[in-house]
Design a protein around this ligand. Structure first.
Ligand code: MG
Length: 389
């Protein structure tokens, strides 16, 4: 006979579940450091991330719409904050470690290039003969090597659990490359087919919930998608219908906001219920047992299907909208031109990049770290071309 999971009611902060990651049982940092008297190791990770240069730059990096296209669109920073909010809201009733889930959420996009996925694709093309470029690997590179703030080591020296959450996916070839210099490290699970901790699984799903919702909001704000179109998407339509039923005279943005609010809330509750059920079935004895199990943080089958439909809608109608594609094309040209200029004249880069011997990777690291507006400024300075031309 199984007993139901203890799900606490807010505002209590419940004790950690046995399957939660525990900072006292962390696999540790790459460079041993004494414990902090006031903060647990996951809190410290979160604080290191918040104080990093890469985190501050997220405010001027594109999510979908270029940073300067409007003041109200999401940026990488506000996106990351929304991911952290959702992830924490789900972590608490599941009794997972909120500090860890927050650290992973705030760090998950640190490796994004300027201009969002368009920038990444361009940089990946520039590095096709030199190992390629992928934002998720770059996020790990930022926290492991590129942040230079400590006298004793490069990077932020985060715990294994936070780093594991940041490396959401990688190819087999990349996993072997990691394994060669860090045996049994954060890429090992891609070789032996195990899962990351529950907090990492949760940050990943919260990312998806966050962008599906805020891209609806930004998409409608931009005028590229309409409420009429969205009313054909089942997940959104359900809540839109509810809102119009409750407030038949409601118009304008409040309709959108209330529909999105209800959609987010339903997804949060769905994940808590479906994950709670999965945990009750598998009953992992501790955080290690989670790694050997199937993925446990999940939507119900019905919500998963509806979320996929919404994602397809956003791909077809927003991310591939001719206007978004046109801007992305110009942004890619900026990245390619910058890459060519710096490769030919590394001295144009900041000193710590100019002096590196791995020139291709140094140029990629330099460009990836740029904000949208800095990349445009550099492009105009180095090529003499105007961005809008
Ligand atoms: Mg994200």
């Amino acid at each position: 006979m199984s007993t139901p999971l203890a799900i606490c009611a807010p505002p209590l902060v419940p004790a950690l579940a046995v399957y939660a990651s525990d900072p006292l049982r962390s696999r540790g940092r790459r460079y041993a450091q004494p414990r902090d008297l006031l903060r647990n190791d996951f809190q410290r990770d979160r604080d290191r991330i918040v104080h990093s240069s890469a985190f501050r730059r997220l405010v001027y990096k594109t999510q979908v719409f270029l940073n300067h296209e409007g003041d109200l669109f999401r940026t990488r920073l506000t996106h990351s904050l929304e991911v952290a909010q959702l992830a924490r809201s789900i972590a608490r009733p599941l009794r997972l470690h909120e500090d860890l889930v927050e650290a992973i959420a705030l760090a998950h996009d640190l490796g994004h290039t300027p201009f969002g996925h368009a920038g990444q694709d361009a940089l990946n093309g520039c590095l096709s003969e030199h190992g390629g470029f992928e934002h998720n690997l770059q996020s790990l590179r930022v926290v492991d090597a590129l942040e230079r703030r400590y006298p004793e080591f490069d990077g932020l020296n985060l715990t294994f659990e936070t780093r594991e959450g940041i490396l959401k996916h990688c190819t087999l070839a990349q996993a072997y490359a990691f394994e060669a210099h860090d045996p049994g490290g954060v890429a090992h699970r891609f070789l032996n087919g195990t899962q990351p901790g529950l907090e990492a699984q949760l940050a990943n799903l919260a990312d998806e919930i966050a962008y599906n919702a805020h891209d609806i909001d930004d998409g409608v704000r931009s005028g590229l998608i309409t409420l009429t179109q969205l009313a054909q998407v089942p997940l959104f339509a359900r809540f839109h219908h509810e809102v119009m039923h409750a407030w038949p005279d409601l118009t304008g943005r409040r309709v959108l906001y209330e529909s999105i609010r209800r959609m987010l809330s339903a997804q949060v509750h769905d994940v808590i219920a479906a994950t709670g059920e999965a945990l009750q079935t598998v009953r992992p004895a501790d955080a290690e047992a989670v790694r050997a199990a199937t993925p446990l943080v999940q939507f119900s089958a019905a919500m998963s299907a509806q979320s996929r439909e919404l994602k397809h809608f956003l791909f077809a109608n927003l991310y591939r909208h001719p206007q978004v594609v046109e801007v992305a094309g110009r942004a890619q040209q900026v990245v390619r031109d910058l890459f060519a200029v710096y490769l030919a004249a590394p001295g144009e880069m900041a000193l710590e990049f100019a002096g590196r011997t791995d020139t291709h990777r140094a140029v990629a690291d330099y460009i990836a770290g740029m904000t949208d507006r800095y990349a445009i400024r550099e492009y105009e300075r180095l090529t003499g071309q105007a961005w809008r031309a």
